[in-house]
Design a protein around this ligand. Structure first.
Ligand code: SF4
Length: 170
């Protein structure tokens, strides 16, 4: 027991080496934080809405806050209520079951607000466009400010999309 404790105190950390794209993500997150501070005077608050995705897009969104990326340190905040959000990050084709929930979430978000459609399905329904369970892309229900393409888009593309939102010249 004592040996294990000593090893954990003086030994190297037991994690895998970070993948190379972490460096790009950190730079993008720093930039996003500084643009948000200039534009909003605080960090960007994001409410994620899964309107019917396969969860592939969610895995990439969750990666933004995993132990490798840890982007919360740059002020990128995911909030539990749309009432605290600046941005709705919406994934998936919009299913009939989620249509009203998305609309209610949109109306519960205070103005001014932005909507970002994440992934190919959020643009136009993607793989699921022909399904009778779907009503289409996100803009079939609420207005969209920025589209982030990909199936799914990786964390660096998510950050570039959010930067495009705050700095439309990008
Ligand atoms: S874009 Fe791809 S990963 Fe995202 S919900 Fe659609 S099928 Fe899934």
């Amino acid at each position: 027991m004592r040996k294990t404790l000593l090893q954990s105190l003086i030994g190297p950390s037991l994690t895998e080496p970070a993948p190379p794209e972490i460096g790009d993500a950190v730079e993008l997150a720093r930039e996003l934080d500084s643009v948000a501070q200039r534009k909003l005077g605080r960090s960007l608050s994001i409410r994620e809405v899964d309107a019917g995705s396969c969860n592939g897009c969610e895995l990439e969104i969750h990666a933004l806050n995993n132990a490798f990326y840890d982007l919360e340190r740059f002020g990128l905040r995911f909030v539990a209520s749309p009432r605290h959000a600046d941005v709705l990050l919406v994934t998936g084709p919009v299913t009939r079951n989620m249509r009203d929930a998305l609309l209610r979430t949109y109306h519960a978000t205070p103005d001014p607000k932005w909507v970002v459609a994440v992934g190919r399905c959020a643009r136009d329904g993607g793989l699921f466009a022909a399904s009778r369970a779907c009503v289409g892309g996100v803009d079939a229900v609420v207005p969209v400010d920025v589209y982030i393409d990909g199936c799914p888009p990786p964390p660096t593309d998510l950050l570039r999309g959010l930067l495009r939102l705050l700095r439309p010249t990008l």
